[in-house]
Each structure stands twice: as C-alpha cells, then as structure tokens.
Design a protein around this ligand. Structure first.
Ligand code: ADP
Length: 486
C-alpha cells in the first residue's frame, strides 16, 4: 500500500459523494485494483439507481442558489479549488498512478493539466456575456442572455481519471450548472479526491456530486432518462456514446460527446525527422497508448520510410516498461488484462496479414497487464489496425507515395478526433490543415491538448468542445428576449 501513503489521508475517499456527504451506510462495495501489481487498493461503494436519483435531486436542490450567485463568487471558489489541487499535486498523482497505472511523472502532468481547466474556467466564468442585437423596428430591442443549462450528468473514462472530470465539471460550475458525476468503475479514487478538495474550496453541498458503482448501464440509464438532468457530457467509447445519445433523445437533453479517435500521423519526405519522431513519442506512447488522441496509424512517405523506421525502432527499444511509481520507467501497464488481450488480437490480425514486428511487443514479465511497446512495419488498410482504435503502445507504420493518397487514407474512417502531420512545406501545412477531416490537427506538433484550445471531434468522434473560450458554450443556453413597446 506504499503508493497510497498520502500526506493528506482525507484525499483517500471510497464512497459516493451526495449533497456534501460521503454516502456509505451499510452499502455493498467492489474492489479497485492497481493494474501494475494486481493489489486491491480500495473497496468502493457499489451504488446504483437509488443513489443516482438522490444525487440528481441534490443537484436540482442546489441549482437555484449556485446559478444565482455572481460569476465572481463562483470564479473565486473554482480558483480556490485549483489552488488546493496544485497544493496536493503529489498525493493526487500517487492516487492516480495507483488506480490507473500511468507513470508518476505523467500522473503529475495530468494533475496540472486537469487543474489548468479549473483555472481557465474560473476566469471564463466572468466572461459569460450576452448581446444586444439591432431590432427590426424602432420600438423594439433584441436582447440575448446566456443562462446555465441546469443539472449536468458527467460520465468519464479511466484513462484520465482526474483531467476528464476537471474538463467537464469546471466549465459546468463556472456556467452556474450543478453536476452529478459518474467516474469509470476502474478509477473512482481520483474523482473522489477532487470532490474532497472541491468541498474544502467551498463548493456548496449538492453542486458537485459523485456516484460510484459497477452497473454503469443502469446508472447511465437513470442519468439520461431523468427529466431533471438537462445535459449529458460523456467521454468514452463510440458505442457507449451512441447508446447515451439515443437514451438522451427521449427527453431531448443537450449533449457533449468526446468519443473514440483513430488518429493518423503523416510524415512527409520533407519533414524534420527529429521533430516527427518526437511527435510520435508524444502522441503514441503517452499513457501507454491509451488516449483518444493517440496516433493510431503512422503514414510515412516512401522516400524516408526506411530511415524513419530505423530511427523509430531505436527510440522505442529504449523505452522502459514497469510499475509507474518506479524511477526511470516510461510506460506503465494497460488498465486491465482485457485491454492487453484486445491489443494482442489486433496485432495478431496484422501479423497474419503480412505486417512485420520490428520492435518490442512480446514480453510481459512485469505482470499480466503489461505490453511492451511495439513497432509494426508494412501495415495495410486491410488490417484491423487501420479502422480500430488500438489503445495500447503499438505503432503501426503504413507506407504512402503521394499527398493525395495520404489524405485519402487518413480520412477513410468514421472517426475524426485528432490528426498529426509533419512537413516543412508551408503550402502543404495549410492544405493538410484544411483537408484533414478531424476536429484537431497538429502540424509539426504531437502534443496538442491544453486548456486554451478547443478539444473535440467531428464525424463519429463526437459533439461539442472542451476547453478554450468555446468550451463554456456547451453548458449555456441562449435566451432571446424581445423587448417591445419602447
Ligand atoms: P472505455 O472503452 O474507455 O472503457 P467506455 O465507453 O466503456 O470506455 O466507458 C467510459 C465510461 O462510460 C465509464 O465511466 C463507464 O463506466 C461508462 N459506461 C460504460 N457503459 C455504459 C452504459 N451503457 N451507460 C452509461 N455509462 C456507461
């Protein structure tokens, strides 16, 4: 339990948080495991529909007071929350690594990254401005107000258990909404620690509630069908996103969906290869390949194909895999054994169809959740890796000859979250930026996500944006007031 010896033990919470209270009375629990060691690190309350309903009602009760406070008041509370998170960064990072597996340095990075959204939206809270529009007749005025949507349900995944909560709760609270949050069952501890610090920062009872439970379909059904909930914000897989969208239709809820990606990373003959390799490292192997913006398909132009592979293999061979709390480790485990099996299946399909393993892959001497980083050469569009998100540290490399071919291959997928492109040709930079059918494009950049930019996808990768000045719009309604008789 060394990973959990926290400086501030109150951050270790194991039950749902409803209306400002830790909800434990006589409830059943489920184990949360450390994927690196298999050790049970917590027993967390296994709540379901009744607690979800109670949380929704708590959020409804808290809404009028929170909504009617001044933006400045909400802003100050968010800012205090941000300060507390940074103050307890080390504890939060250790908790994160223990439940999720990512290496400690990345976990620290996630805490700072997640907190940056709280800082950003503490500022944006004060910039929710309306409008006065030119009227059609002299005796009228057209006023536009922005008002909070109301009670928000936030369902989040296990790959960024801190930041995905922060990215949703911060703009919601800034806008004047109240929230019921359902963290991923594998990683509830980071969310609960955030709730603890939120309460200490002065977030009033019922404004931010957390429900922990294993039966996510039942909890999701309640969150998407209860008429009190006016908005559902989700980050996770595309199939679950589609279920939540369909369920939300019956009560016409506002929705934000951050769904799966299948990011292409295109390296042209004229690219700065050092930059491109750094871009692959940043976009492919972070969180052991388990992010929705991970480069999933590496398209490399034929003139530099061999040299690029040689350099990539050298770098990938130097990556150290192990328990994320140990010094010098670059990649931790995958989240669970099922995830490892899924990666193996896709790799086996590629090998059976002619792909070559030129680096890594095999050993999992660290434990059943580990997968050593791998490079696959001569990958083809007929392989499953072309259309399926890998969610593991495998870099499949495709060869292409022309820009037109690269664009066609990159866009030949239902998803459209992130794309990356490496070239020194300025005209091509613009052509690629405009023609890649993705919500985010990194040109000579493999690390694109930050609180100042609008994160989100097109096509089946989702709806809405998180972060930036656009991000708060997802939590606001526009009201038009026609003022007549003037
Ligand atoms: P991943 O593949 O990353 O695990 P999921 O989409 O399965 O992505 O999970 C993301 C979040 O959605 C998690 O909090 C999970 O518990 C939740 N979830 C999974 N299935 C459902 C469902 N049917 N209804 C509501 N939430 C769900």
């Amino acid at each position: 339990m060394t990973a959990l010896s926290l400086t501030k033990p109150e951050l270790f919470r194991t039950s749902s948080f409803i209306s400002g209270r830790w909800h434990t009375v006589g409830d059943s629990t489920y184990p949360v495991k450390n994927p690196a060691t298999g050790e049970i690190i917590a027993q967390v309350t296994d709540h379901g529909v009744p607690e979800t309903r109670a949380a929704i009602e708590a959020a409804e009760k808290a809404l009028p007071d929170w909504r009617d406070r001044t933006a400045k008041d909400r802003s100050k509370i968010l800012r205090r929350w941000y300060d507390l998170i940074l103050q307890h960064k080390e504890d939060l990072a250790r908790l994160l690594t223990a439940e999720q597996g990512k290496v400690l340095e990345e976990a620290r990075g996630e805490i700072v990254y997640g907190a940056s959204y709280i800082e950003w939206f503490s500022e944006e809270a004060k910039r929710i401005n309306g409008d006065i529009i030119a009227p059609p007749s002299a005796d009228k005025r057209i006023l536009v107000m922005k008002q909070p949507v109301g009670v928000v349900a936030a369902i989040t995944p296990w790959n960024f258990p801190n930041a995905m909560i922060a990215r949703k709760v911060a703009p919601a609270l800034a806008a004047g909404c109240t929230v019921v949050s359902k963290p991923a069952e594998d990683t509830p501890l980071s969310c609960l620690a955030l709730a603890q610090l939120g309460a200490e920062a002065g977030i009033p009872d019922g404004v931010f509630n957390v429900v922990c439970g294993l039966d996510s379909p039942a909890i999701g059904q309640e969150l998407t069908s209860n008429p009190i909930v006016r908005k559902v914000t989700f980050t996770g897989s595309t199939p679950v996103g589609k279920i939540l969208l369909a369920q939300s239709a019956a009560t016409v809820k506002k929705v934000s969906m951050e769904l799966g990606g299948n990011a292409p990373l295109i390296v042209f003959d004229d690219a700065d290869l050092d930059l491109a390799i750094r871009g692959v490292l940043a976009s492919k192997f972070r969180n052991a390949g388990q992010t929705c913006v991970c480069s999933n398909r590496l398209f490399v132009q034929e003139g530099i194909y061999d040299e690029f592979l040689e350099r990539l293999v050298k770098v990938v061979d130097s990556l150290v895999v192990g328990n994320g709390v140990e010094e010098g480790v670059h990649l931790g485990p995958l989240i669970h054994e099922k995830a490892v099996a899924g990666v193996h299946e896709k790799v086996a399909d590629a090998i059976a169809k002619g792909a070559r393993v030129i680096a890594g892959g095999e050993s999992n001497e660290n434990g059943p959740c580990f997968f050593a980083p791998m490079v696959l050469a001569d990958v083809l569009p007929s392989m499953r890796l072309f259309n399926e998100e890998i969610f593991g540290p495998v870099a499949p490399v495709f060869r292409f000859s022309s820009e037109t071919e690269a664009l066609r291959l990159a866009n030949a997928d239902e998803s459209g979250l992130a794309a990356y492109c490496f070239t020194k040709d300025m005209a091509r930079c613009f052509r690629m930026a405009e023609k890649l059918e993705f919500g985010m494009v990194g040109i000579n950049d493999g690390a694109i996500s930050n609180e100042m930019a609008p994160f989100g996808g097109v096509k089946e990768s989702g709806l809405g944006r998180e972060g930036s000045r656009y991000g708060i719009d997802d939590y606001l309604e526009i009201k038009y007031v026609s003022l007549g008789g003037l």
